[in-house]
Design a protein around this ligand. Structure first.
Ligand SMILES: Cc1cc2nc3c(=O)[nH]c(=O)nc-3n(C[C@H](O)[C@H](O)[C@H](O)COP(=O)(O)OP(=O)(O)OC[C@H]3O[C@@H](n4cnc5c(N)ncnc54)[C@H](O)[C@@H]3O)c2cc1C
Length: 410
């Protein structure tokens, strides 16, 4: 099994995208569900670590694909990209679901201190030592490569919840600590979806024959090895969708610092509308409470470094790593900047850290203003209920964004 991890640069992302584009049409739709194992990922893009940190953006991936394929040929791939958008928009409008996840994870961690049997079963599952060959192999693959095929993620989560009967929040935590694309929205909400908590009563049930088919026989679990029924988990959740924070007003002649975080590392395409960029602040606090694997942290650190270097040469301004509001205010004073600007920091562990810093820095006279990418502002209003509502808006939104070349067949 290859132990090398992808390099966290935009250049690598663009190379990977260019390589994948010819396969993003009907070939992707026909073959994407096969998990051929870590040595052959040619039927999927493996762009997720880059998209997750926006080293490349959803709209540029879709634009590149639509230059080579009609919308109907590339429909499946574009829909998958939009699943990411859907999860992000959905969680943005239900921040309590993230908080509930953190609270439940904290409770389970406390339970583990007293429940040595549960603790041993959890350790065995994470080590890949359950005796279910496919599951054990995926656990090791995840820990070593930081990636699992989508179908393997679905099977893994289903076996974790329904066969091994482990708490779903600890499975989501195991994924989040090891995935290079680990994302509070896509990860947490996909686990909830498998468990039957997202679409009430509808679970994802991993079946032995399905695993054998879509791993091309690499794994052949016995039917009785896996739980025969996937009874939906239940919870009380009454919260109605809220609105996400709107973009802030910024004076058109403002001099600004760009405030870069792991959440959006393509500042070249931020909607800055001609603002005068005076410097680049890089904010990379330790991920409070996430305990991500060293290779995941290294990917994020390298990704921010790459974005900082690109921004410096794009705007010909200095960059500085900042840790506190005082650092930010001092940098703003030096560069005569009126404020710092960032794209919306989505729901997740980083958000409260940015909010705390922003509050203090506003008190020091340097507000951190939020801007919103058009991709997000056009799609997120359709991410309030099920995916279907967003899916049916895809052609219209792509037209509004000018991403569908004229004359492309539907
Ligand atoms: C339990 C579980 C946990 C998951 N956790 C994450 C996560 O933390 N981060 C993450 O980015 N994806 C997550 N996914 C979604 C999906 O598995 C990955 O995005 C996908 O496997 C990444 O591989 P790829 O880039 O080759 O995807 P492709 O098939 O090439 O798809 C292109 C892009 O579309 C997006 N995408 C594709 N499928 C999905 C999906 N089902 N949901 C959301 N976005 C999708 C990704 O950004 C991906 O890079 C999870 C799925 C499950 C079932």
């Amino acid at each position: 099994m290859s132990l090398s991890h992808p390099r966290a640069t935009r250049r690598d992302a663009l190379t990977k995208l260019a390589d994948f584009v010819p396969r993003a049409g009907r070939a992707y739709a026909a073959k994407r569900n096969y998990d051929h194992g870590p040595a052959d990922r040619s039927n999927v893009s493996t762009l997720s670590p880059y998209l997750r940190h926006r080293l490349i953006t959803e709209d540029e991936v879709v634009a590149a694909v639509l230059k080579a394929h009609s919308l109907s040929a590339a429909e499946k791939f574009i829909q998958e990209v939009c699943w990411r958008t859907y999860w992000k928009g959905w969680l943005e409008q239900r921040p309590q679901v993230w908080q509930d996840y953190l609270d439940a994870r904290a409770r389970e961690r406390i339970r583990l201190l007293d429940d040595s049997a549960l603790s041993a079963r959890l350790e065995g599952a994470q080590r890949g030592d359950t005796g279910i060959a496919c599951f054990d192999s995926w656990a090791r693959e995840l820990a070593q490569t930081g990636y699992l095929h989508n179908h393997a993620r679905m099977w893994f989560a289903s076996i974790w919840i329904f066969t091994l009967r482990l708490p779903w929040v600890l499975g989501a935590d195991f994924f989040y600590r090891h995935l290079l694309d680990g994302d509070p929205a896509s990860n947490t909400l996909s686990w909830r979806w498998v468990a039957g908590l997202h679409t009430k009563g509808k679970t994802y049930h991993a079946r032995a024959d399905n695993i054998a088919t879509y791993t091309s026989g690499r794994f052949r679990p016995r039917t009785e090895e896996l739980q025969q029924y996937a009874m939906p988990l239940e919870e009380e959740l009454t919260q109605a969708p809220a609105r996400w924070p709107a973009a802030d007003n910024i004076a058109p002649d403002a001099k600004v610092l760009l405030f870069l975080t792991q959440e959006d590392l393509s500042p070249e395409s931020w909607p800055l509308d001609g603002l005068d960029v005076a410097g680049v602040a890089l904010f990379r606090p330790a991920d409070a409470g996430s305990n991500q694997a060293p290779f995941v942290q290294a990917f994020k650190t390298a990704a921010i470094k790459d974005a900082g270097e690109r921004a410096v040469s794009h705007w010909n301004v200095p960059a500085r790593e900042i840790e506190t509001a005082e650092d930010l205010a001092a940098f703003a004073r030096e560069r005569a900047a009126d404020c710092a600007v960032t794209t919306i920091v989505p729901v997740g562990l980083l958000k409260p850290q940015v909010n705390t810093l922003a509050q203090s820095s506003a008190a020091l006279g340097v507000p951190v203003k939020q801007i919103v990418r058009r991709w997000d502002s056009l799609f997120w209003p359709h991410a309030r209920t099920g995916f279907f509502k967003l899916k049916e808006r895809i052609p219209a939104v792509l037209d509004t964004l000018g991403l569908r070349p004229q004359g492309t067949l539907l």
